[in-house]
Write a protein that binds this ligand. Sequence first.
Ligand code: UTP
Ligand code: MN
Length: 500
Amino acid sequence: MFSTALPTRKRRRPEVAFNQGREEVKFGDVKVYLVERRMGKSRRNFLSNLARSKGFCVDDALSGNVTHVVSEGNAAQELWNWLEEQGFGEMQDKHVLNVSWFTESMSAGRPVPVELRHYIQNPAADQRSCAHPSAKPESAVSPYACQRRTTMDNHNKIFTDALEVLAENMEFSGNQGPCLAFRRAASVLKSLPAALQCLEEMHRLPCLGEHSKAIVEDIFECGSSSRVEEILNDEKYRTMKLFSSVFGVGPKTAESWYYRGLRTFEQVLTEPSIRLNRMQTAGFLFYEDISKPVSRTEASALKIIVEEAVICVNPHATVNVAGGFRRGKEFGHDVDFIIKTPEPGQEDAILPAVIERFKSQNILLYSDFQESTFDLKQMPTHQFEAMDHFSKCFLIVKLKREQESRERETDTGASRDWKAVRVDLLAPPVERYAYALLGWTGSTLFERDLRRFARLERGKLLDNHVLYDKATKTFLPASTEEDIFAHLGLEFIEPWQRNA
Ligand code: UTP
Ligand code: MN
């Protein structure tokens, strides 16, 4: 029989007291997390093993599945500050408990019902609930974008636009860390079902660091942020923004042009020492058109053109929209299509034939075709690569203008009956289709958090090609996006809810 007296931290314990690895979970509804802070590592290990030996499920990470957080020796305020830093919020089905609940459960050999005396209350909770009449106890917001539903309805645009200016400014100066922090903060605000009502509400949100909070506070109090105004007027920011708006010009090139004293397109184009590559040349040549957003109507017209070309090569292949348009955006900087062939191996023939057809139709303005370098034997890769290995092409094509929009455009001098549009085509092997579709649907931050969640919370590696389980060293099969979410133990998030 187990004695209710738990060992204290000081006493030495036998190392192999429990049959590790053979425990079966008896209480599936309860997932315990022991806070290591103040408890200490060895005592935490001991208690974890003890609980597991009694059929309790103990999570080593503070994941979204944890139902019972158990703390020992922490002051309530300290504990809650720490929990909030981890992105853990108050929710009805989550209990933050004193170790007494754990001790009693151990001696009972089952999870005892949680009583009021077990709880560690959040001291700030009372002050924080907004004095808003309709303020309900809010459900916690996940720190992972793949656990939030983010539609195109952004109720906090005034804050997120500002935070994205800061993110972009950081990206332009090569500060990836702060850039990501601002993007994450903006993303959390985008997922909220309503506009922020009060600053207290902001303090409950995960992923908002000091700097992001200060910006939100400024806007809350003054309607604008002087820091954002400063950036928007900054010469370097403005120049970087202008140069990197050109197809083929990334932040590195933009910066090198800036440091050479160049400020306008004209200066770049007349500078004898600058050699533009093929992509940049096309970027300048069609700048007027491709810097304008592509509409949903234009995307639909392009889909028909791509479909016609694809069906000529393989009548059973299908074309699907990915990228921002699949997420319900009304406008995009390009149109992303992903092609699905019925049989493995058929994907290789598609894109070269589509490109040839566009050429013969005289609608191809630029094309960069990249052959597949995909090899399952090289998977999984532990470092995420920005570019995947599938057969793909980056194109600029002529899209016939509608009569009425042509009439509108004549005022601005455009007499052509076409508009240059950026199109990306992807043709993955059919057994990779689900991963590729998920990867190419975005948003970029949603994808990033899916991979981060898979790795940190589930011990799995996800990219555009595979989902790999590190524990069993196996690839997890998926023929739909739903399969992938299910493997990750995530609720399915619809494409239009991925605008993180
Ligand atoms: P886009 O850059 O087209 O973004 O990439 P978007 O969300 O459609 O936005 P707009 O409206 O065009 O501006 C679409 C998705 O494809 C992925 C990106 O990560 C993004 O999620 N992608 C793109 C890849 O995974 N690999 C690539 O080589 C290119
Ligand atoms: Mn796109």
